[in-house]
Design a protein around this ligand. Sequence first.
Ligand code: ADP
Length: 482
Amino acid sequence: MLKTGVGFINGDFLGASDDATIDVLNPATGEVLAKAPSMGCVETQTAIAAAAAAFPTWSRLVAKERCKIMRRWYDEVMAHQDDICTIMTMESGKPYTESKGEFLSGAASIEWFAEEGRRVTGDVLQPVAPHRRQLIVKQPVGVAAAITPWNFPMSMITRKVSPAIAAGCTVVLKPAEATPLTALALAELARRAGMPDGVFNIVVGDPAAIGKAMLDSDTVRKIGFTGSTAVGKHLMAGAAATVKRVSLELGGNAPYIVFDDADVEAAAAGIVASAFRNAGQTCICANRVLVQDGVYDTFVEAVTERVSKLKLGSGMDPTTTLGPLISDKGVQRVQDHVEDALAKGATATIGGKRPDLPQPYDKGFFFSPTVLANATIDMKVFREETFGPAIPLFRFRTDTEAVQLANDTEYGLAAYFWTQDLARAWRVAEELEYGMVGVNDVAITSEVAPFGGIKQSGLGREQSKYGLDEYLYLKYIQMGNI
Ligand code: ADP
């Protein structure tokens, strides 16, 4: 049984120094599920000190030894699939089948970096003079901090912690206060796998106090963050004082373009899979659907038909395909966006309001899946990330107009489009100002591919062979008089 009200520091499950706790809610019912500790500056400093103490030994292990421990961690995680998925669904609300999907992708990051960690290699250069030798080695940056959101309670953690510890860094993680239990379960499994004390630490509690302690510390050399653009900017500015490295995976406002020549049924299935995944609360969820004139009406019909089949409910009910949002605040934002769109001339072909659900789900954070036809660019749904189960459909005429609308945002994380025309596929993929582009596909995330954005969607890349570089620095060594 997982202890609650604790963080994980230096191999021990500890409460906040003043025993203060915060409630972790079940978003499907609004009921208190567990207590999380309310930690702050002092506990964060203790965790940073533990990570610093563990760093010399961990970083000097040969990569094979580090990766063996990570591989055991992966095996422990895989052996506890059902437990972790249950915890994830209970604290985040996502349907159990989605928790399974996240579980597999989260575990794949551990496995991938356990393999990649053995392939960190440097270079030997052609010397500029006969008596010199010049080479490059890669070394871990030091203690790394990770700050993660609630929408993916497992995979946002493993895609930061795994490359960090594979590279030889030690970590202090601050999971979202809404979903700390998955993180603690991962820590327990790391402990069982033989991860040395202090290599992986978790502090849970006051975001501002923990964040400040991380930023102020000269020991912390790197911050890996996934979350809102506002908090990302705050962390980037704060990291300047000690010139820490930052990797930021921030908000998106993903366009989803359906051209006249698209396979409309496949594109309709794609938008439902993308926009309603995790109740619309993923940073790469399609947020603005741009549909070409010739297929607009057919597409609206096809999407509405598919959305009508979604079943709202508790994530633990196997028939549920759409769970609650994380909080009432999240529901209010969707409602605000939908009401704004309706007031400005959009039509809800389905949904548009909070649902009537039986007890105890009437206290849960649900919003009915919504399709908004006749959306226009003066609506909030065009500019802002809705982060909920509502999709606006905008109409366009030409390719140029589609790309211009798609790029008309300060964000640049993921974009999707559907076409059967090869030349158009190349052209549009190149013209979209985004870090990731799905062509006739929406399931773009995997451990092998670099995940990240451009513009105000962030810096750096997670996953893939590039994800490890974020936790390594290049050291150039020249030897003379040879
Ligand atoms: P969201 O709106 O998705 O919750 P946030 O950016 O607020 O996005 O949260 C993402 C993560 O950032 C969470 O772990 C949250 O606790 C943390 N966070 C929020 N504010 C701060 C802050 N001032 N300093 C450090 N971390 C923060």
